[in-house]
Design a protein around this ligand. Structure first.
Ligand code: NAD
Length: 394
C-alpha cells in the first residue's frame, strides 16, 4: 500500500526520468493515468524542456485553413492545459507568418512530406488534423504511428472503414483520440444533457434538429467535391444535427429513414444539397433532422412530456441562446468552445478525466451518415441501426 502519495510521485518521476525520455514518460504516464486517478495533478512538463510552458501539452495543427486560423489557434492562446507548439502546412508561405504570430520555433514546423519526423519532437504531444475530410484518416494514422495523441476534425473520416482504421491505429500506438466536436465541451450542451437526464419535465418524446447554411461561394471549393469531402451537407453540417439529436434524447437512434432534395444541381454537381431524416429512438421518441447547404438553419428543439427546451442558435461557435417552455432563458457567459474542447482533451490525457468526444462517437455518427445515404438510395427505406450506447458520453 502506498502511504505517502507525494513522495511516491517524486520517486516515480525521477526513477522513470532517469531511464527514459520525457516523451516516452509522458506517454506511459498518460496511459497509466487513463485507468487511475492516483497521480492526478502531477506536473507533466517536469521542467525538462525549458521552452515548454509547465503543465501545458504542445499541440500541432495540421492544415492552416480558415478553421485553424480563425478559431483553433486563437483558442489555444487562452487555453490553460495546452498551447500551440507546432504547425504542419502544405503552403510554405504560411510558415513565417505563423511562426511570428504564435512564436513557433522552426524545429516545430513541418510540411505534409516530412510530417512523420514529428515522432522525434518532444515538444509536440497532440496532433490536431484540420484538413479536408478525405485526408483525415491518413494524417490521423500517421500521427498515431508517430506516438502523438490525436484530435481529428469532424466528420471523423469519409467512411466507417476509415474511422475503424483511425481507432485501431490509436489503440495500437497507445495514444488518445478525440473528434473535434466542440459542442460537447459547451455549457449549453451540458445543460440540455442535464435536463434530459434529470427528467424534471418527463421523458423526451420528440427531438428536432437543423444544421444548415446557404452556400453561394466558389463552386469548386473542396466541400462540394466528393473526392475531398466524402459528401455534402450531411457530412459537413448534418453531423452537428446528429450530435444534438443524440444529446437531446440521451440515446442513439435505432432506425433512420431519409430523403434528399436538389434545387441547384448546377452548383451542387457532386455532393448532397439538402437532406431530411427521421429517426426512431429506443424509448419510442422520434427525431426529425434537417441539413442543407442551401438554407440557413441552426436550431435544436427537445420536446418533453410536459414542456420543451430550445437552443437557437444551437450549432454556432458562440453566442448560443436557449429558452424553455416555462419562459426561462438559458444563458452562459461567452467562451471559446475550441479552447474548452482542447483543454478538456488535454486534461483527459493528463488526468484520465472523461474524453468528451472519443473516436467511437465520430465512428457512430459516420454509421448514421452511411445509413442515411443508404436510405436515400433505397427510396427512403427505414434502415435499422444497432448502436447500443456507442459514443454516448453522459
Ligand atoms: P479550409 O478550406 O479553410 O482549409 C483547409 C486546409 O487544408 C487549408 O489549409 C488547405 O491548404 C489544406 N489542404 C490540403 N490539401 C488540400 C486539398 N487537396 N484541397 C483543399 N485544401 C487542402 O477548410 P476548414 O474550414 O479549415 O476545414 C478543415 C476541416 O475542419 C474540415 O474537416 C472541416 O469539416 C473541419 N471544420 C470543423 C469545424 C468545427 O466546428 N468543428 C469548423 C470548420 C471546419
Amino acid at each position: 500500500m502506498i502511504k505517502n502519495i507525494r513522495s511516491f510521485k517524486k520517486d516515480l518521476k525521477y526513477t522513470i526520468m532517469s531511464t527514459i525520455s520525457r516523451r516516452i514518460f509522458n506517454k506511459k504516464l498518460s496511459q497509466a493515468m487513463a485507468g487511475t486517478t492516483l497521480l492526478a495533478g502531477m506536473p507533466l512538463a517536469c521542467g525538462m524542456d525549458s521552452n515548454k510552458p509547465v503543465e501545458k501539452l504542445g499541440v500541432a495543427l495540421v492544415g492552416l485553413g480558415s478553421y485553424s486560423k480563425g478559431q483553433l489557434a486563437p483558442g489555444l492562446l487562452n487555453a490553460t492545459d495546452c498551447y500551440l507548439a507546432g504547425i504542419v502546412t502544405g503552403t510554405a508561405a504560411k510558415e513565417k507568418q505563423w511562426m511570428q504570430e504564435y512564436a513557433i520555433p522552426k524545429e516545430n514546423v513541418y510540411n505534409y512530406e516530412n510530417f512523420d519526423e514529428i515522432a522525434t519532437n518532444d515538444a509536440i504531444d497532440i496532433v490536431y488534423v484540420v484538413l479536408p475530410n478525405s485526408m483525415h484518416a491518413d494524417f490521423c494514422i500517421r500521427a498515431a504511428k508517430a506516438g502523438k495523441h490525436v484530435i481529428c476534425e469532424k466528420p471523423m473520416a469519409v467512411s466507417v472503414l476509415e474511422c475503424d482504421a483511425i481507432i485501431e491505429a490509436c489503440t495500437e500506438a497507445g495514444v488518445k483520440l478525440s473528434v473535434g466536436y466542440r459542442m460537447q465541451s459547451d455549457p449549453y450542451t451540458q445543460e440540455i444533457k442535464r435536463l434530459v437526464r434529470e427528467k424534471s419535465d418527463g421523458d423526451v418524446y420528440y427531438v428536432s434538429s437543423d444544421a444548415a447554411y446557404l452556400s453561394l461561394g466558389n463552386p469548386d471549393q473542396w466541400r462540394l467535391n466528393k473526392k475531398l469531402s466524402g459528401g455534402g451537407a450531411l457530412l459537413n453540417m448534418g453531423v452537428y444535427a446528429i450530435q444534438s439529436s443524440i444529446y437531446g434524447t440521451g440515446m442513439n437512434p435505432i432506425s433512420v429513414s431519409a430523403q434528399e432534395f436538389s434545387t441547384r444541381p448546377e452548383y451542387f454537381k457532386d455532393t448532397d444539397e439538402t437532406i431530411t431524416a427521421q429517426m426512431q429512438f429506443p424509448s419510442g421518441a422520434v427525431g426529425n433532422l434537417f441539413t442543407s447547404h442551401n438554407a440557413n438553419a441552426n436550431r435544436l428543439l427537445v420536446s418533453f412530456e410536459h414542456g420543451w427546451v430550445e437552443l437557437n442558435p444551437c450549432h454556432s461557435y458562440a453566442a448560443l441562446a436557449g429558452r424553455t417552455s416555462d419562459g426561462k432563458e438559458i444563458k452562459f457567459p461567452p467562451q471559446s468552445q475550441q479552447m474548452q474542447q482542447m483543454d478538456d482533451f488535454a486534461k483527459h490525457i493528463k488526468t484520465g478525466s472523461v474524453n468528451m468526444a472519443p473516436g467511437e462517437m465520430g465512428k457512430r455518427d459516420m454509421i448514421i451518415c452511411e445509413a442515411i445515404y443508404q436510405s436515400i438510395k433505397e427510396g427512403g427505406k427505414t434502415i435499422p441501426l444497432d448502436l447500443g450506447s456507442m459514443g454516448i458520453v453522459s
